[in-house]
Write a protein that binds this ligand. Sequence first.
Ligand code: CA
Length: 246
Amino acid sequence: MDSHPLGLFLDSKKYYSITMLKEKVLIVEDEKEISKLLKYNLEKEGYQVFAATDGEAGLALAKSKHPDMIILDLMLPKLSGIEVCKMIRKDSQVPIIMLTAKKEETDRVLGLELGADDYVTKPFSVRELLARIKSLFRRSKEKTSDAKVVRAGKLEVDLERYEVKLADKLVELSSKEFTFLKVLLSAQGKVLTRDQLLESVWGYDQASEIDTRTVDQHVARLRVKLGSEASRLATVKNIGYKFKIN
Ligand code: CA
């Protein structure tokens, strides 16, 4: 029995399902009232929320926390929302909703083709923004589950050709290592227990005879091969592993 971050006491097989429900949302907004209101409402909806009040801090949090979605204000101190969006898009496809102050700004932002996924003009109702967030989460999940090629930073995984590239160079993986990576990717950021990984990669019959340490050994080997993107294959203490796509 381990203590769970939510203060629950469950065995590891049961509590991974609770852990995977919390999606992370980053709010980058310098207007404190708006930021507070959003944070309060998003947490009430069950999201884990991080907030930054300027562009630089927002970019830093986007890199360190790997959020599942970013609510990004356009006019920000230090680094504008446009700059932040451009820099995030260099190596992440995380869904981004831009907040703009005027209709004209929205038109301008749209014209720039920054790669934001949606736009909301201020003043907006929290209820409307929440609806947009939910619909964007739905859309981006459909996109990932249909994808033939998954990109994460410098990593590119072609699920049909069984090819993995790191910074455009082919990475040699064994078929088990590839399947392992594929299973983690299809979990879309959710945590998988060692037992789940064993069953998905080796099949139920074999899994009962294989030690769960085999999973750890495969993770270690994969991390070496994933080079600069190794940290995406994250250990979730006492539970298992997950792959951070964003
Ligand atoms: Ca602002």
